[in-house]
Ligand binder design. Structure first.
Ligand code: SAH
Length: 260
């Protein structure tokens, strides 16, 4: 859910809500209590106001609030404002970190356009449980805020060995390897231009780094590209966001102009 929109901001997308329902002209959409509360008590809207809805499939649509109450809200979909756009297929495979920062990773990775978040339990991962519902809520809020037309999938946590054992061969891996700081990420990605438009995944290790045998395991996969992020040792969340930015700038959708 978005923070109160700045009134009059030129690029103010207004209130945007992610819904599961199909979106088409004349479609009725019912909001559950939480989203209704948000509209009524946080954004102080009322019946008759217009909001934008998106569901990751049908583009973005204007909808008019027909009723707004404690138990829920009813909206009537009116006109499409944006067509659904194809988006890069880019997973972030990350070793979960402590609560506040994992929320940060979910939000920023969503803004960076990832298509999925895959928590990975590695040898040095210090976190034992991952609240995927919390990750999804953070991703939805970030998607509403950044005017995305989709919300990344949040997969259940996997052990690194299991993930590697069943790794889809066609998905390229950008491995953030702090022992390979001599391999510059942008120059390396530029040489992988033939893999533009293919499925990719960025792998970032835990606070304690990958164990050597984990790096060996990952390097043996087909289509792995180990890279460094310069000579400074970055926190896992910093490294993840920095690498996603480089990937989007070289192989992703920061290169082509987006259609409105
Ligand atoms: N072993 C160190 C590093 C962990 S940093 C420690 O214990 O603090 C967490 C993860 O961020 C690393 O596993 C790696 O995936 C990534 N990372 C951090 N700095 C990096 C760099 N300069 N180059 C490549 N990856 C880096």
């Amino acid at each position: 859910m978005t923070t109160p929109a700045l009134s009059g901001a030129p690029c103010d997308p207004g209130i945007r809500l992610y819904v599961e329902a199909p979106l088409a002209a004349g479609q009725a959409v019912v909001l559950a209590a939480a989203q209704s509360h948000y509209l009524k008590n946080v954004m102080r809207t009322a019946a008759g106001a217009a909001v934008r809805l998106f569901n990751g499939r049908d583009g973005e649509w204007l909808a008019t609030i027909e009723s707004l109450g404690k138990k829920g809200a009813a909206l009537a979909v009116t006109a499409r404002t944006r067509r659904q756009q194809p988006e890069p297929d880019l997973w972030l495979c990350f070793a979960p970190i402590k609560k506040a920062r994992i929320d940060f990773v979910a939000q920023k990775a969503c803004e960076m356009g990832v298509s999925a978040l895959q928590p990975v339990m590695t040898r040095h991962t210090q976190v034992t449980r991952v609240n995927t519902e919390r990750l999804r809520a953070n991703a939805i809020e970030a998607a509403e805020q950044c005017a995305r037309l989709s919300v990344p999938d949040v997969f259940p946590p996997r052990k690194l060995d299991d993930l590697v054992a069943g790794w889809p061969a066609g998905r390229h891996i950008l491995l953030l390897d702090e022992t390979q700081t001599g391999i510059p990420i942008v120059d390396t990605l530029r040489r992988r231009g033939n893999a533009r438009g293919r499925p990719w995944a960025v792998f970032v290790g835990p606070e304690g780094g990958y164990a050597p045998e984990e790096l060996d395991l990952l390097r043996r996969l087909p289509n792995v590209t180990p890279v460094g992020l310069g000579g400074r040792l970055l926190r896992a969340d910093t490294a993840a966001i920095a690498a996603l930015a480089c990937w989007q700038a070289v192989l992703g959708d920061w290169t082509a102009p987006t259609n409105p």
